[in-house]
Ligand binder design. Sequence first.
Ligand code: MSP
Length: 645
Amino acid sequence: MTTYITTPIYYVNAEPHLGHAYTTIVADTYSRFRRLQGEKVRFQTGTDEHGDKIAEAAAREGVTPKEYVDRISGLFRDTWPLLGVVPDNFIRTTDENHMATVQKILQQVYDQGDIYFDEYSGLYCKGCERFLTEKELVDGKCPDHQTEPAEITEQNYFFRMSRYQQQLIDHIQANPEFITPERYRNEVLSFLSEPLEDLCISRPTSRLTWGIPLPFDDSFVTYVWFDALINYLTGLDYPDGAEFENYWGVAEHLIAKDILKPHAIYWPTMILSLGLPLYKKLHVHGYWNVDETKMSKSIGNVVRPAELVAEYGVDCLRYFTLREMSFGLDASFSADAIVARKNSDLANDLGNLYSRSTAMLVKYTGGVVPGPGASQSDDTVLEEMAGSVVARYQEAMGDFQFHRALQAIWELISLANKYIVTNEPWALAKDPEQESRLHTVLYNLAEVLRLLTLLLQPVMPETCTKMATGLGLEADSPLVNSLKIGGGWGVLPAGTELQEIDSLFPRVEQKKVKQPVRKESGKKKKQETKAEIIEGVITFAQFQAVELRVAEIVGAEPVKKSDRLLKLTVKAPEERVIVAGIAEYYRPEEIVGMLVLIVANLEPVRLMGVESQGMVLAAKMEEDGKSRLVLSTVSGPVAPGSRVA
Ligand code: MSP
């Protein structure tokens, strides 16, 4: 089996941020997973360097477009190693061979009559670099860029996209896996249920010169999307390269929802016009927001991946992004969320299991993995869980359900931590008659660690190299590098000698916890405590500082211009407004009268222009790949304002 996985080629009008990092980490993780399965993999990313926006950004910096694109493309290229991302090919649309192939393709499509010249008036969004239809606008504006598109009339060349509409619909219907998750497939089919307009593929050089000239009319350059999408072919040296031969049939494209239409409609129709087989799959993910708000330069909340790596470590960032986002849905980044994942999942669960198990192996068997004795029911349960985790992991990773794969792994970690507690190796070690039992328990723990090293390798390569070294294995040993060989149970040879390594996830630095505003005798007073949060544990005093109360919802209405937020008026016992991100799960009328739990002493924040004085508690769960929120409430009648302790 072979795999060809691509990311979008990123515009060089902005520096790399968390959104770019996520897509590229996903592609890297997927490549590594496929390699663990013994496949040949090609992973391509790169930069998209032509178009109005780039030319304008260069002009703002007072440099030539070429100088500008070289600089920003370099920033992208230099970011990937910091994130543990290792692409096989980094393509730039200003590469000579890419430009030559784009021209060859344009000529072919023109010669076969799929490109024609015409006059066109339309609404052009510079942010999207495309004409928008009236239907796509929200309040007359582009919903992605919040700008009014410009009305432009000009003569241009057009690609006969409409000619391939039916063929595309048939393909999508016959291949349910062509576009996933399903919601995006449905979105595309719904769009295709209306007649397609042909695609304008040129810009006059009077308006834009920073592009690839049309081979049949040099007073025009090609439109950014026609240029950019072709990168997926030119990166394989289409049409004559060996890589094209090897990889085109298995192409999988990875994108976020913002560029669904170009990838699900423009690109397949272009491929059909070229007479090539369609790509195999399009994987579409949601958007990263920051503290529940859209990430944007103007708001000043752009998250830079290099800064996150410096603060939390590369594998923590990779783990966090893959665990926190349900592929296909939006997710929110916050410093608190990443610290919580680091402290609890990485330091407490995985880090502790590793350090406790290896410390006991050192103490009781001199750091040598012992041979196991006869199995008891506890051991069988652990072994069966390991088998089921490997199976679920493989399925989830193959389906881009990374959070599920990680959830499964964490079930094994949690069971292994319990296995230590119930088997008490320290007690077994005191009784010479229990030596065989002690050896079985220690062997099983070492085997869990080895399996974890294998399964986590695509997500946390650096940590897994360390874990392998600690277990006395080479990082490229098939025991931790091949699912075929290492995916089974009981394959770690007895006699393997452990090595000393540094702690996997160094303790989190002492952090000052900012205490929220407390209402005291009507006056607001800010307090700081010197309390620390270490590895996800808080003191009783810290817990007490959080004021939980029962509140009655007396009013609820949607927050303007937000799909997610409801403005709640609650009594607790005084009346206050709380903005809650529950609009996708509750209609306002169904929650009025409900008794819910709130955090009453949070510092007020403004959300979409409304001041929120507290937070409503809800349980978050996942069902069929979708997130669901269920409000927490009380089991009997309670006076609004009662303290929850
Ligand atoms: N140049 C085009 C793509 C051409 S591909 C033939 C482009 N570039 S872009 O720089 O705007 O990149 C868009 C992609 O960056 C998204 O599809 C996604 O992969 C990533 N992201 C940018 N912002 C994002 C978030 N806030 N959240 C998640 N991913 C996002 O479009």
